[in-house]
Write a protein of this length. Sequence first.
Length: 374
Amino acid sequence: MSEKNISEHVSGCGEWYSLPGPLSDVVCSTRVRLARNLADFPFPGHFKSDDPVRVQTLIFDAFLKSEKADSYQALAVAGIDPLNAGLLIERGLIQPSTLNSPGGGLVMRINGKKANSGLVCTINDEDHVRISCFCSGLDCDTAFENCLEVDELLQKSLQFAASYDFGYLTANVKDCGSGMKLSARVHLPAMAFLDEIGPFFESIVSKGVVAGPAFSSFVKAGAGIGNFYQLSSNQAGTGSELEQLINFTAVLKQTVEFERKCRESIIRSRATEITDRIVKGFSVAKFSLLLDLREALMIISDIKLGKALGLLKGVDDSSLTPLIYRVQESHLKTVIKSGNFNFPPDISENTEKQTERLRALIIQDTFENLELIK
């Protein structure tokens, strides 16, 4: 895959991001990840000699020799330029560590000429292969089914390391067993507004779910920008895949229920405060000339909450979720690089301000039909 192809596959809105999903007013997206390692090879952290290349070749060949070879695109990550690397990272398709991994690789499922960036396999990061599928809203079952399809495809020609006592063997002992990690990005502004985030997150730890900020690079001490958080399972060794899916889905439904109750409480007892916040977010979205990433994510959060509370109309969640990715740095720089923009003279040589200007324009364009409900 060429550098141009990378941009074509991931710079636009991935199809799944734009699809409506169950309970998407709270659950933005769901991800299922299966970690697998080849038998007779050490984990990537203990590779020797030509192990990285051999593992990468074996996994690439397994896809290329499969009956659905045309549905997958393989890519060695060595030599990817920083801009395209940023695109892949912002989409969640790879971790920064993958770029520096010997024999690092990426396999994306494609439909025709367009990538379905909802399913991706990373090669030689912490494990030999990690199969991940993303779905809009709360949809663990679909994500798992897609991952399982790829897992079964690979096992037709590869032998994965496993034991009767420990299940699938992984580099991180916490992933041993099913090798499965479940995660979801959730939007919890009402819990945060009522200072319920901490107690709620503590209550789900006993259920095998941990929580943290969704955008950890831009936050302080546990607070999530725009009140976006990530919930993740941490019990791959407990129960079957089905039991783990049921448990995680139940916790997500509990999260949705409590967040909605908090929203009802706010609109009932603190309507003036929350309406003021939504109106301010509306104004900033409509009239700002420059926006940094933190400001943009806060706007998206406020608009998403305002829609859920019935204070705004003219936008839906299937537009808001892609916007989270469209306002990221590498995505904006890719748009600037591929387009012909006439920026004001005072920022014509300032790439940071150009990015902030384009971010504001994208926000305004997305919310062109946004209206306050009086």
